[in-house]
Design a protein around this ligand. Structure first.
Ligand code: NAP
Length: 239
């Protein structure tokens, strides 16, 4: 059992994160479900157990430093290392909007969760990832975080101006770029992965199922040659 890979998926109690957890467990990975609400995490574990898939849950609010530190300590105590980190937890806020009118408190909250949260979790988990023979970090990004897409009038996403959400994913992409360089001499690879347009509670809109949206993040969590790339279902997204 010791050579099974160990993965932490943040925000894995529902949506794409839960499907990532399911597909990783199906692939034989030891999955830790991060959930800011312990009860919702246990419900997700029970959901997977109904399909004969084993997983554990850890309370993890990505905006709470004490929660992050406790989760890292718990993973250290039970596994001693981490092989895969999926920074999946994220929010969207309908009072986020174009720069002239977005709610400042919504923008602050979105940045705090989607970017600072992912950065803080990554910092806390890095010592455990460094103990892996082949660590992998997958940051759940979005085409909306591409500066190129945001400035391309021919892009279908051009009119989607959410200054908070789009900036949070652009910042997350910066984390991917800078961390890739910082970890260049290690065995840890880092990628930004856009799942596609997936119908979840995030917005209630989308054309893909959560299971379909989980495929690409899972693929990059399990392997592949990409490092420091921004990938989406159709190929590579320009930064
Ligand atoms: P979702 O169904 O709303 O799930 C979001 C998850 O994040 C939930 O488990 C939620 O927990 C968790 N979360 C929110 N704030 C958190 C916090 N402070 N600490 C820990 N967990 C927190 O959304 P989704 O569509 O699956 O989104 C997953 C990721 O994919 C997000 O990063 C999103 O930006 C990204 N993404 C989604 C799409 C799409 O089309 N859906 C497209 C591109 C990228 P609770 O249940 O406790 O709220």
């Amino acid at each position: 059992m010791e050579n099974m890979r160990i993965a932490l998926v943040t925000g894995a109690n529902k949506g794409i994160g839960l499907e990532i957890a399911r597909q990783l467990a199906e692939a034989g990975v030891t999955v830790i479900i991060g959930s800011r609400d312990a009860g919702r995490g246990e419900a997700a574990v029970a959901d997977l157990a109904e399909q004969g898939l084993a997983a554990t849950a850890v309370q993890l609010d990505v905006t709470d430093g004490a929660s992050i530190a406790a989760a890292a300590a718990a993973i250290e105590a039970s596994h001693g290392r981490l092989d895969i980190l999926l920074n999946n937890a994220g929010i969207f806020d309908f009072t986020d909007a174009a720069p002239s009118s977005a709610s400042i408190s919504a923008v602050r909250k979105v940045l705090e969760t989607n970017f600072i949260g992912a950065l803080a979790v990554t910092q806390a988990m890095l010592p455990l990832l460094r103990k892996s023979p082949a660590g992998r970090i997958v940051n759940l990004s979005s085409s909306l975080g591409s500066l190129s897409v945001n400035s391309d009038p021919t892009s279908p996403y051009f009119a989607q101006r959410y200054i908070g959400y789009n900036t949070s994913k652009a910042a997350l992409n910066m984390l991917t770029i800078q961390l890739t360089e910082e970890l260049r001499d290690t065995s840890i690879v880092v990628n930004s992965v856009s799942p596609g347009f997936v119908k979840t509670d995030l917005t209630g809109y989308g054309v893909m199922t959560p299971a379909q949206g989980a495929r690409l993040p899972v693929q990059h969590a399990l392997g592949g040659a990409d490092n420091g790339r921004f990938v989406e279902p159709d190929g590579y997204t320009p930064w």
